[in-house]
Ligand binder design. Structure first.
Ligand SMILES: *Cc1c(COP(=O)(O)O)cnc(C)c1O
Length: 396
């Protein structure tokens, strides 16, 4: 099924068929894994035409590869973008995108609560190259707009954020950025293309750690950026030279995972909502952070810009870190592990995972209680997860 025919199809259909409908090698219905590093030609004229981009084809797998191209096409279709390019990890997608568009003297505006690795790029690496970075209080839209007005080349956003699921008003901030001539990049990893479409809200580029929900099984790393062709061509050029390319084997694993994206994410939305509602009523829980709850500061905006609230929530237990340890050590149906987006439930305290390098004071400033626990709900039957949480909480 060609691109034209994918337009107007629902996300669940695109996840299965996007990029994947041509008959492959000898009629194979599934995507062949092309482990070839190099691609040969019968005559030099054809080779030359492909090399100068006059004809479609592949030359060398750091640049393009047939299996990797199917992965890029599938995500492109899901994000309704003109073009997409892929990377070996989510961080490669993020850093390569930033390095593509930023040069000495440019100014970036972003938020305090970006993904840990992203925030290190902002604080440690970009300033080394003479790029100014202004990080704002995540929920303070007025501050972000004020910073944009001081001059900005690129606004970098992420919503919902880790770990307290703060929500940014994408439409409002994208408009404000465009008014001052800044381009907008949105990390859509937490929301997935099932729950949120930043490009439809005006973003210039949307990117993902495919390691999380797109792949969906915690067994493959990758990254991807989607947007207008003119921008993606530049990101592709940076990546083909700097080398953070996705491997064909990994692309296949991500492709295999992504076909069930809608099924998984709809289930995770539902599971997270049920768990959040249950924990909010639990006597041993202090506070629950989930944008699907009316008590959450971002609930109203999330209800408007998302079609589902996602599979990640966090909550603080009453007491101190001793109680956190008792609870986590008694859980049976969750991996005590970092990351998110897997079919199995992953859980851990930001004090030990994403924010281990922050001081208690810095965590406080980000609104992260010392007893906070982040949970990325899997696709298990939620009744079993809730029962497991209850028995572990009863040990406190
Ligand atoms: C995990 C993650 C990343 C980084 O992705 P890797 O694949 O681990 O490099 C970036 N952004 C968000 C929101 C993430 O959760």
């Amino acid at each position: 099924m060609k691109d034209k025919e994918m337009q107007g199809k629902k996300q669940g259909t695109k996840a299965v068929w996007g990029g994947q409908s041509d008959l492959f090698y000898q009629g194979a219905t599934q995507v062949p894994v092309v482990n070839s590093v190099t691609f040969g030609y019968d005559n030099v004229d054809d080779w030359f035409d492909v090399a100068i981009g006059k004809k479609e084809g592949h030359i060398y797998s750091r640049n393009t590869n047939p299996t990797v191209a199917v992965f890029e096409e599938k995500v492109r279709v899901l994000e309704n973008a003109e073009a997409a390019t892929s990377f070996s990890t989510g961080m490669a997608a993020i850093s390569n995108t930033l390095y593509t568009f930023l040069s000495k003297g440019d100014r970036v505006v972003s938020i305090n609560d970006t993904y840990g690795g992203t925030s290190i790029v902002f604080l440690e690496f970009l300033p080394k190259y003479g790029i100014e970075v202004s990080l704002c209080d995540t929920e303070d839209h007025d501050e972000i707009e004020a910073e944009l007005k001081k001059g900005c080349k690129l606004l970098y956003l992420e919503t919902p954020t880790n770990p307290t699921m703060k929500i940014l008003d994408l439409k409002r901030l994208i408009q404000a950025a465009h008014q001052v001539g800044a381009m907008v990049v949105v990390d859509n990893t937490f929301a997935t293309p099932i729950n949120q479409s930043p490009l439809a809200l005006g973003a210039d580029l949307v990117l993902h750690s495919a390691t999380k929900y797109l792949g969906g099984h915690s067994d493959a790393m990758g990254g991807v950026v989607c947007g207008r062709k003119e921008l993606i061509d530049q990101v592709f050029h940076y990546r083909e030279i700097n080398g953070a390319s996705l491997h064909a084997n990994t692309a296949y694993m991500l492709l295999r995972g992504i076909q069930t994206l809608e099924l998984r994410v709809l289930r995770q939305n539902e599971n997270a909502m049920k768990l959040a509602e249950h924990l909010e009523k639990h006597p041993k829980i202090e506070q629950v952070f989930y944008p699907g709850l009316e008590s959450h500061s971002g609930h109203k905006i999330a209800s408007e810009q998302m079609t589902g609230f996602g599979g990640v929530l966090s909550f603080s237990v009453k007491g101190d870190f001793k109680e956190v340890k008792v609870f986590l050590n008694h859980l049976e149906l969750a991996h005590l592990a970092a990351s998110l987006g897997s079919v199995s439930t992953l859980i851990g305290p930001p004090k030990v995972t994403s924010h281990v390098e922050a001081t208690e004071e810095e965590r406080k400033q980000l609104g992260i209680p010392e007893t906070l626990i982040r949970c990325a709900v899997g696709i298990e039957n939620i009744e079993d997860i809730i029962a497991d949480f209850d028995q572990a909480l009863s040990k406190i």
